[in-house]
Design a protein around this ligand. Structure first.
Ligand code: UDX
Ligand code: ADP
Length: 474
């Protein structure tokens, strides 16, 4: 029986997952550890609106369990030593240099945490890989841990490694964790598998807990994300064709989604997929296929990522083209920067590439997002915001000098003041309720609405005198 859990990594995966485990298993002590002191302090903040991860419902879960059986700490070694089960939920971004750069995952944080577990663990410890990882990572972890097994002054040390991929989607993480479609446990040690299954068994129906070998489990995670991302690239490719042929991608999506073999989910055309998983996982798959000499398979999956990048580039090019071929010195309101609604996460958000393209063209961007901070946008764009009040087409502080600038603004009305265009990049629900008469009234005419999420009331925008482009509308 597992009584004490340690989770290494207090990020988007580790934080919400452990909060729900603690909530559903009151008899288990759960400690989430991280090297990042500021992040741990934020998880411990008395003000629950300051949690480092924004997820609807997360604050309530943390509020119920914190100090009871959910703890956040930087004492990594202490928490490992006390744990019967250790989850690895550290970051695994795509490598930026060296062998496999741009495709393979950077496993340095996984390796470092496995070594730390090897050194600090006591007795028998079940180690669960939770981060998205390339296939066969469990083998690497097993090898590192295996080297530390044996008799120690504190008693015999041994490990079992399991793969338990996370399928939660950001923005709906709490619902996904509380009522998962399935929980996948891959491993070789039946006792370890059953120990983890018993944790989930507190709230997940038995038939939804799937057991596989460790490689199938790891590969299933990559495959699930590859299939989901493929649907998005597929519908975005058809959106481009709709725009060229006067079809409407939403009508097409409804028509094909009604076929129960296809299904209606994940068929929303947009500015392309973002988030920390899809691109990384497909590139992992591509790298793996190349490694095994499966060139055609690698090329097949790589096309999903190529199409996604093209979709983003096509949108920035379209904005420039419609604004008479130049956006230099023009104010463009950008509504939404997060990679999807209901999250403050900007990893791989299409907004980064689209805004960077427009800045390159000399635009003055006024960016509004209800959850993303100016500091995060500055990191993502690699450029500091312009001082308050100057990114304004009417005052044209940098005028026609050609240098792109950006500024974060407090609301959509401020964003559009003096702007030639509004570009909607995230489907925040509030963008469906914008008052187009009021917004159009403060824009510079002729003005455009470019709705890359088809979330806005296009009829109202047109009635207010705006020219409107919606993704996938011919
Ligand atoms: C994804 C997987 O869904 C989840 O199972 C896995 O554990 C992690 O990766 P996430 O990245 O949080 O989750 O978000 P998801 O809802 O899958 O959306 C990914 C991207 O696709 C977003 O940028 C979203 O806007 C886009 N998307 C999604 C579309 O453009 N159209 C759709 O129909 C659905
Ligand atoms: P994810 O989306 O996979 O949860 P995040 O980047 O949000 O990724 O979170 C990963 C967390 O793991 C970060 O907060 C990082 O500081 C933490 N981390 C990375 N390596 C270690 C380590 N060796 N020990 C403790 N925490 C670590």
């Amino acid at each position: 029986m597992i009584q004490t859990i340690c989770c290494i990594g207090a990020g988007y995966v580790g934080g919400p997952t452990m909060a729900v485990i603690a909530d559903r298993c009151p008899g288990v002590q759960v400690t989430v550890v991280d090297l990042n002191q500021a992040r741990i302090d934020a998880w411990n903040d008395a003000d629950l609106s300051q949690l480092p991860v924004y997820e609807p419902g997360l604050d309530a879960v943390v509020g119920r369990c914190r100090c009871r059986n959910l703890h956040f700490s930087t004492d990594v070694d202490g928490a490992i030593a006390a744990a019967d089960m250790v989850f690895l939920s550290v970051n695994t971004p795509t490598k930026s240099k060296g062998i496999g750069a741009g495709q393979a995952s950077d496993l340095r944080w996984i390796e470092a945490s496995a070594r730390q577990v090897a050194a600090a663990a006591r007795g028998h410890t079940i180690v669960v890989e939770k981060s998205t990882l390339p296939v066969r990572t469990a083998e690497v972890i097993q090898t590192i841990l295996g080297a530390a097994e044996g008799d120690t002054p504190a008693g015999r040390k041994s490990f079992s490694v399991l793969s338990n991929p996370e399928f939660l989607a950001e923005g709906t993480a709490i619902g996904d964790l509380e009522a998962p479609d399935r929980v996948l446990i891959g491993g070789e040690d039946p006792a370890a598998i059953e120990a983890l299954a018993a944790i989930y068994g507190h709230w997940v129906p038995a038939e939804r807990i799937l057991r596989t070998n460790v490689w199938s489990s790891e590969l299933s995670k990559l495959t699930a994300n590859a299939f989901l991302a493929q649907r998005i690239s597929s519908i975005n490719s058809i959106a481009a064709l709709c725009e060229a042929t006067e079809a409407d991608v939403r009508e097409v999506a409804r028509a094909i989604g009604a076929d129960s073999r296809i299904g209606g989910k994940f068929l929303k055309a947009g500015p392309g997929f973002g988030g920390s998983c899809f691109q990384k996982d497909i590139l992992n798959l591509v790298y793996l296929c190349r490694h095994y000499g499966l060139v055609e398979v690698a090329n097949y999956w790589e096309a999903v990522v190529t199409l996604n990048a093209w979709q983003q580039q096509r949108i920035s090019a379209l904005v420039v083209r419609q604004l008479f071929g130049t956006v230099t010195g023009k104010r463009i309101a950008v509504l939404g920067f997060a990679f999807k609604a209901d999250t403050n996460d900007t990893r791989e958000t299409p907004a980064i590439r689209i805004c960077a393209d427009l800045l390159e063209e000399g635009a003055q961007l006024a960016i509004f997002d209800p959850k993303v901070s100016a500091e995060q946008i500055a990191l993502d764009l690699g450029q500091q915001p312009e001082a308050s009040g100057s990114a304004n087409g009417s005052s044209a502080a940098n005028g026609l000098s050609g240098e792109g600038v950006w500024q974060k603004v407090a609301d959509p009305l401020e964003a559009v003041r003096g702007a030639d265009a509004v570009l909607v990049l995230t489907e925040w629900q509030q963008f469906a309720q914008l008052d187009w008469a009021a917004l159009a009234g403060v824009m510079r005419q002729p003005a455009w609405l470019f709705d890359a999420r088809a979330i806005c009331d296009a009829g109202a925008a047109r009635a207010a005198g705006l020219k409107v482009w919606r993704v996938g509308e011919g």
